[in-house]
Design a protein around this ligand. Structure first.
Ligand code: TRP
Length: 362
């Protein structure tokens, strides 16, 4: 069986370090592993509209930002199809048919939908489009017969729902048209959920606690300097806590042993540095200066690629247009198989037409 990747992001803002360690970095590794037959990376504008329908310009403007973020981290259009969800109209059609296979109570039980409803204060009146987006996400995945979906942990309920739809479809229509996808989540739990610079659970634009891939070195340095550490670590010699200390959480996600040799030879590795911090005697500023260097080193090639792509924005739209054409052809093929399995392919079924003729002749 072919190995196929599909994943994507909502274009509601620029992508940040949480996206990077949680998913983007892995995608690039998978892309370059050569193990996959096809790779589809989707800018999920239609899904973003389910809770931003009244602000279409926000989505419109962020499509190019996300595309630049993708290209700058090293997604290569020669290997990965980058495309725009709304332009593949087959996805909407699949969603309409899959909706028959899903109950309202099942959607209500989806933990991701549940928490997002609370987050958006939708409790009393949930837009139907938003409520049903797990079905649309199942279409995104199955349209490409994706076997592998690299996502953050928060997307696991979406994958489970997609798998259920696949099983229900294949059993209802007695076919093997759809493929059950597997999620691929980060191995490292710190990477699954990188906290914001304020130490809050998650980077989020509305909390203003993000470091963006497109931040300059100066912006990044400033943000690192204001990062949340251990509020009880007042004097350098006080013992410090590394748990819940955002600087150390980021170091867990980013620092490699080579970084110590290069930037902070006082320690061999992060464990030694943490021990010193816990004992007391290691100041926050020194830790932050090290983190700045680690992050800037990781971001340097990303910033350089972004600068290149920013010089020719029409070419970036062209990459998306070409990727979308490829994605559309693929989705059309699956949709044709879905419709045949559902017995709604009347015009391409000559046996149906001649059989009906015979029925009326007799
Ligand atoms: N829901 C995903 C997110 O918020 C984006 C997305 C849409 C997606 N369709 C997808 C991810 C299909 C993986 C597969 O980030």
């Amino acid at each position: 069986m072919s190995k196929i990747i599909l994943t994507g992001d909502r274009p509601t803002g620029r992508l940040h370090l949480g996206h990077y360690v949680g998913s983007l970095k892995r995608r690039v590794e998978l892309q370059n592993s050569g193990e996959f037959d096809k790779i589809f990376i989707m800018i999920a504008d239609a899904q973003a509209l389910t809770d931003n329908f009244d602000n279409p310009d926000k989505i419109r403007d962020n499509i190019i930002e996300v595309a630049l973020d993708y290209l700058s981290v090293g997604l290569d259009p020669a290997k990965s199809n980058l495309f725009i969800q709304s332009a593949v109209t087959e996805l909407t059609e699949l969603t309409f048919y899959y909706a028959n296979l899903v109950t309202v109570s099942r959607l209500e039980r989806n933990p991701t939908v549940k928490s997002e409803i609370q987050l958006r204060n939708f409790e009393t009146s949930i837009p139907v489009g938003f409520f049903t987006y797990p079905i649309s996400q199942a279409s995104d995945i199955t349209a490409f017969k994706a076997t592998t979906v690299p996502v953050g942990e928060d997307q696991l309920p979406m994958l489970e729902q997609a798998r259920e739809i696949v099983r229900k479809f294949n059993s209802t229509y007695n076919c093997e048209v759809l493929v059950e996808p597997d999620a691929l989540i980060p191995e490292n739990s710190t990477c699954s959920r990188l906290p914001g610079t304020d130490g809050k659970a998650k980077m989020s634009k509305s909390l203003g606690n993000c470091i963006y891939l497109s931040d300059s070195e100066e912006e990044l340095n400033k943000k690192v300097m204001t990062m949340f550490t251990d509020p009880d670590h007042l004097q350098i010699n006080d013992p410090g806590k590394v748990e819940g200390n955002a600087v150390f959480t980021y170091l867990d996600a980013f620092a490699k042993d080579e970084d110590f040799a290069e930037f902070l030879p006082d320690y061999k590795n992060l464990d030694e540095m943490k021990d010193h911090y816990r004992r007391g005697g290691l100041g926050d500023v020194k830790c932050k200066k090290f983190l700045q260097k680690v992050l800037n080193k990781e971001l340097a090639p990303i910033r350089a690629r972004r600068k290149e792509y920013e010089k020719d924005i029409p070419a970036v739209y062209d990459i998306l247009r070409k990727g979308t054409e490829v994605a559309q052809a693929e989705a059309a093929q699956t949709l044709a198989e879905v419709k045949a399995a559902m017995r709604i392919n009347y015009f391409d079924d000559e046996a149906l037409i001649s059989g009906q003729q015979e029925k009326f002749n007799s």
